[in-house]
Design a protein around this ligand. Structure first.
Ligand code: F6R
Length: 242
């Protein structure tokens, strides 16, 4: 049900076009913000099914990823550049050249970060941003303590996030320490945030994000001040809510 509901939201933006959003002109291309990691995989599978069976077309869309590891080549299996292709882009008619991600292998990471924010702005901003949540409350890779107005920049992963993500790598030591991630300020500019969480391991982070104070210690709590945020949870992820 979570996957279908998230897919419904994305489908509405893709079919109606961004003109349905305030501040966007008719004829501009829908801009999708895509998270990687396990959580949205079911949503992407559902969107690919709708593409195959219901003719849902992404041909007019552009997409921006939230983040990328630093030090992995784009083509590495664990890079988010590869992940989004394996799990979504290769299964729909979204033009590969219209899918953008921060280049964690760039020689000049600071200018790459600025270039990425500028590219999002030049595309007209993100219409709908899919988000997962880390067990430590991160969104994108904005770990606890991230500045609330931060832009795309380098962050150091917490040990908890490296342990959580070790399942994607041959050995836990292979998980990179650094990432290039959209900032909390960047994410906050998307017109609609859709935070998805499933499973009990996310319950405490979800409760802190939704019912706790708005604080940099729980970066996902910044969704509380967003004018249009949707939180989609299964029973496990909702189990610590009051
Ligand atoms: C991934 C991302 C992260 C993940 C989060 C949850 O692009 O930005 O914030 O959404 O780490 O990961 P999963 O879904 O693997 O539990």
């Amino acid at each position: 049900a979570v996957d279908r509901t998230a897919a419904d939201i994305v489908e509405r933006v893709v079919r109606a076009g961004p003109a349905a959003n305030p501040g966007r002109s008719a004829g501009s291309t829908p801009v999708l913000g895509l998270a990687t990691g396990s959580t949205p995989v079911g949503t992407y599978r559902e969107l690919a099914r709708r593409h195959r069976e219901d003719g849902l077309s992404f041909a007019r869309c552009r997409a921006f990823l939230l983040d990328e590891y630093i030090g992995l080549s784009k083509t590495a299996e664990q890079s988010y550049f590869s992940f989004i292709r394996q799990n979504f882009v290769d299964h729909v008619d979204l033009d590969d050249a219209a899918v953008f991600s921060p280049d964690g292998d760039a020689d000049d990471i600071a200018s790459e970060a600025q270039r990425y924010d500028a590219a999002i702005a030049a595309a007209g901003g993100i219409d709908v941003q899919i988000l997962g949540i880390g067990t430590d409350g991160h969104i994108g890779f904005n770990e606890p303590g991230s500045s609330l107005r931060s832009r795309t920049r380098v962050k150091t992963l917490t040990e908890q996030t490296r342990v959580d993500n070790a399942r994607f790598f041959d050995s836990p030591e292979d998980v990179p320490h650094h990432v290039l991630t959209q900032g909390l300020g960047t994410i906050d500019e998307a017109r609609h945030l859709v935070l998805i969480a499933t499973g009990e391991s996310k319950a405490e982070a979800v409760a802190a994000a939704v019912e706790g104070p708005l604080t940099a210690f729980c970066p996902a709590s910044t969704i509380q001040w967003h004018p249009h945020a949707t939180v989609l949870l299964d029973e496990g992820a909702a189990s610590s809510l009051a």
